[in-house]
Write a protein of this length. Structure first.
Length: 87
């Protein structure tokens, strides 16, 4: 356990930051999963609606550094390609 005042503060900050990041990452994964499930169900309308909500979440978390910007771009590209492929 930290003994120095600044180290104690850093430990508190790390706990807060970890909780925030875990929550944001979970929300991101849930949003992407909703799109994937709609694509698997071959429901184009639901997939487009879910993608519309997932896209800004991907952009937001990549700009904040939670995920890499290329990872966000890759997810968006692949999901939109799958949605377009639906008849």
């Amino acid at each position: 356990m930290a003994n120095i005042k600044s180290a104690k503060k850093r430990a508190r900050q790390a706990v807060k930051r970890n909780a925030r990041n875990s929550s944001a990452r979970s929300a991101l994964r849930t949003a992407v999963k909703k799109v994937v499930n709609a694509i698997a169900a071959k429901d184009k309308a639901a997939a487009e609606a879910a993608y519309k909500t997932a896209e800004p979440i991907l952009d937001r978390e990549s700009s904040r550094g939670l995920i890499h910007k290329n990872k966000a771009a890759r997810h968006k590209s692949r999901l939109s390609a799958h949605i377009k492929a639906l008849a």
